[in-house]
Design a protein around this ligand. Structure first.
Ligand code: PRP
Ligand code: HPA
Length: 175
């Protein structure tokens, strides 16, 4: 599709919000014996790198690769786990880090999988929430920004693998 990208959220606004989230998360998990940040590859990697440095608590990092969009603009609803966690999460405080919750299929599948491993707690922090896309209920404890019904890119988020390296958040607009 012929398209252009229009800025929606500036790099400065993203950084400011990440700092606020980092402060809230640090306070919430103060005293936790083992806080694991679990990033869902690939979209969360840039947000997670910034958020982890805004958290003033010891954390460990782990990653899963799940994919449901392929190179398309709508979810296949068939969420595939391509890479599982490396670490055992039993008894740990697990904070799932997502770039965007849209239909909710990705996180609902991952939450169900990880809950079976008996973590001490299991919560979600997502940079973006697109409530208009929701098909299954998923509640994130921390949300950076709510976005309208547009296809967003940048700051880790792709359209057909492009635009992940934009420092700001944009929307894809047909031309
Ligand atoms: O709520 P949903 O409708 O399930 O959509 C959200 C998921 O879709 C995207 O992942 P994608 O499958 O495109 O993989 P990626 O992280 O590698 O971009 C995004 O990164 C989220 O993980
Ligand atoms: O708006 C979006 N943009 C990019 N990837 C996505 N995956 C779910 N929603 C989106």
């Amino acid at each position: 599709m012929e398209h252009k990208v229009e800025q929606m959220i500036s790099a400065e606004a993203l950084q400011q919000r990440v700092k606020e989230l980092g402060d809230e998360i640090s306070t919430y998990y103060a005293g936790s014996e083992h806080l694991i940040l679990v990033g869902l590859l690939r979209g969360s990697v840039i947000f997670m790198a910034d958020l982890a440095r805004a958290i003033d608590q010891p954390v460990t990092l782990d990653f899963m690769t799940v994919s449901s969009y392929g190179n398309a603009m709508s979810s296949t609803r068939d969420v595939k786990v391509l890479k599982d966690l490396d670490e055992d999460i039993e008894g740990a405080d697990v904070l799932l880090i997502e770039d965007i919750v849209d239909s909710g299929h990705t996180l609902s599948k991952v939450l169900a999988m990880l809950a079976l491993r008996n973590p001490r707690s299991l919560k979600i922090c997502t940079l973006l929430d697109k409530p208009s896309g929701r098909e299954v209920d998923v509640a994130a404890k921390w949300v950076g920004f709510e976005v309208p019904d547009t296809f967003v890119v940048g700051y880790g988020i792709d359209y057909s693998q492009r635009y992940r390296n934009l420092p700001y958040l944009g929307k894809v607009v047909p031309v």
